[in-house]
Ligand binder design. Structure first.
Ligand code: GLA
Length: 387
């Protein structure tokens, strides 16, 4: 008897450890901000990051909810003999602390990037074996968000690697959102609920509808398809991350960016803009600043939307909202414009509800009045339904 209690305690011990480490009460709604990678890759420096922070405020995005400025890969260059990370002095001559101070002085939060492997994806020093030193360094700089990648991780156990950093962050004395970028390889949604606040579900997004790169990059509709079935794993403080936004990066049409953004809102995905904020035209601003769409993304119930109807190129997706409303997307995946029946019942919508158009920002009728829709090619209709 005594032995079985001992064995049970030994088995539970690592699990209790996992429960104890993540800083709770962070990311209770999907994180919103900007990250340098999708647009700038490794070509970053402190001036560019400061300007992104300035633009996040001057564009109105901060007021709309975007708060994190995250430097992705390529800010780090080496380690000192004592193990502390060395910042690339030519690109960040004032140091990371001063950049973090600047970002905080604008009322924003500051995020940084590292990797659970031995090196980052761009062959910079990774955090494997340096978790505690790095977490303490980040805390001393005022880091609020860590994106933690998975390159050069051969032979490393993902649960241990991400748990080690999660614990190091929790012990650093500073609340830091932990964004796991493990690409879905080990199905992190099934084990990371108490380890990270968000976890990538796929390889890297590309600025295209459905392209595929031989190294694993893919267009946003391919990523969308890979979210089916993951909805039950998301909720306040623990989100599926279908990767950062490509809105405004220039290789898709306006309608396609609207569809991409609408779906990221419906999926309760983190909204990390990935474009050049200082050079946005009004139509791109109009997408990223859509407060009706953002309200659906940031809904406090934190329910990830899901696909409820799928018939060749026509899909319907819904997301229940905290006040009893429902967000709904009618999706035309075909390149050509089509008329589609308004299949409310097939989508689980019962009764006569008011239909508010999230992109026109107005009521357009009721579910009983609206019997069909004409939807442009590669486009969505995005509605909020209420009693
Ligand atoms: C991986 C990640 C990307 C980005 C790059 C940086 O590919 O998935 O989001 O962080 O590394 O090297």
């Amino acid at each position: 008897m005594k032995n079985s209690i001992l064995i049970a305690m030994l088995l539970l011990f690592p699990f209790l450890g996992i429960l104890a480490q993540k800083t709770e009460e962070l990311a209770l709604t999907p994180p919103m901000g900007w990250n340098s990678w999708n647009k700038f890759g490794c070509d970053i420096n402190e001036k560019l990051i400061r300007e992104a922070a300035d633009a996040l405020v001057s564009s109105g995005m901060n007021k709309a909810g975007y708060e994190y400025i995250v430097i992705d890969d390529c800010w780090q260059i080496d380690r000192k003999p004592d193990g502390t990370i060395v910042v690339d002095q030519t690109r960040f001559p004032s140091g990371i602390k001063s950049l973090a101070d600047y970002i905080h002085s604008k009322g924003l939060k500051f995020g940084i990037y590292s990797c659970a492997g031995r090196k980052t994806c761009q062959q910079r020093p990774g955090s494997n074996g340096y978790e505690v030193i790095d977490a303490n360094t980040y805390a001393s700089w005022g880091v609020d968000y860590l994106k933690y990648d998975w390159c050069n991780s051969e032979g490393i156990n993902p649960v241990k690697a991400y748990t080690d950093m999660s614990r190091a962050l929790a012990n650093s004395g500073r609340p830091i959102v932990f964004s796991m970028c493990e690409w879905g390889s080990s199905r992190p949604w099934s084990w990371a609920q108490n380890v990270g606040h968000l976890w990538r579900t796929t390889g890297d997004i590309q600025d295209c509808w459905d392209c595929k790169r031989d190294w694993g990059g893919m267009g946003w509709t391919t990523i969308l398809d890979l979210q089916v079935g993951l909805e039950k794993f998301a909720g306040p403080g623990h989100w599926n991350d279908p990767d950062m936004l490509e809105v405004g990066n220039g290789h898709m049409k306006y309608n396609e960016y609207i569809a991409h953004f609408s779906f990221w809102c419906l999926l309760a995905a983190p909204l990390m803009a990935g474009n050049d904020l200082g050079n946005m035209n009004d139509s791109i601003k109009n997408i990223l600043l859509n407060r009706d769409a953002i309200a659906i993304n940031q809904d406090k119930a934190g329910i990830q939307g899901k696909k409820v109807y799928d018939e060749s190129d026509f899909e319907i997706w819904t997301k229940p909202l905290q006040n009893g409303d429902t967000a709904i997307i009618f999706f035309n995946r075909n390149e050509r414009k089509f008329d589609f029946p308004a299949l409310w019942e097939a989508a689980g919508i019962i009764g006569n509800l008011k239909v508010y158009d999230v992109w026109q920002h107005k009521n357009i009728g009721t579910t009983q009045q609206l019997k069909s829709f004409s939807i442009d090619g590669h486009s969505v209709l995005f509605f909020r339904l209420s009693k």
